[in-house]
Design a protein around this ligand. Sequence first.
Ligand SMILES: CC(C)(COP(=O)(O)OP(=O)(O)OC[C@H]1O[C@@H](n2cnc3c(N)ncnc32)[C@H](O)[C@@H]1OP(=O)(O)O)[C@@H](O)C(=O)NCCC(=O)NCCS
Length: 158
Amino acid sequence: MAEHVTAPKPASESRLVLHQLMLPEHANAHGNVHGGVILRMVDEAGAICAMRHARMPCVTIAIDSMTFRQPVHLGELLICTATVTWVGKSSIEVGVNVHSENPISGVVSHTNSAFVVYVALGEDGRPSSAPGLALTTDEARAAFAAGAARQAHRIAQR
Ligand SMILES: CC(C)(COP(=O)(O)OP(=O)(O)OC[C@H]1O[C@@H](n2cnc3c(N)ncnc32)[C@H](O)[C@@H]1OP(=O)(O)O)[C@@H](O)C(=O)NCCC(=O)NCCS
């Protein structure tokens, strides 16, 4: 695996918030937002966040199970907040929180959360070491430990 000597970076450097207005083209047969639209935006937010951390191309290798707690309605904003939670060598776990916001009333609902794992790729298209994660807060240290446990579980399930 190619090695990059880069100083660890805090999650604040790559954290990302994506907003998108939900329109009729995003609807399912029931008139709410299609789950696939939400999944796609989760993956996009996570991938951009991972690439901002690594400053390398990153591909999705695993998406943990997702539960949709609330429907998202047309006319609402879908908001994905992505944060790097754990980094191995080439693998980067990103936590994505999904909210919907009614832009008229201002009511915000938590729709779902997901953890997605990306792999940083070198110029040869093979996995390449990503910068480490600088753990500057107790919250970041706790998130990192939880991410390490989730990754061990994913690898055990392969
Ligand atoms: C990503 C890819 C290049 C990795 O190649 P590979 O030969 O499997 O690489 P490795 O076995 O060395 O694994 C690379 C990393 O992924 C991790 N990994 C492998 N399987 C995993 C899984 N199921 N869940 C989480 N992480 C996993 C490994 O632990 C390793 O992490 P580390 O470098 O931090 O130790 C290859 O699997 C691939 O091309 N997958 C398709 C990606 C894709 O098309 N995604 C959808 C569109 S973006």
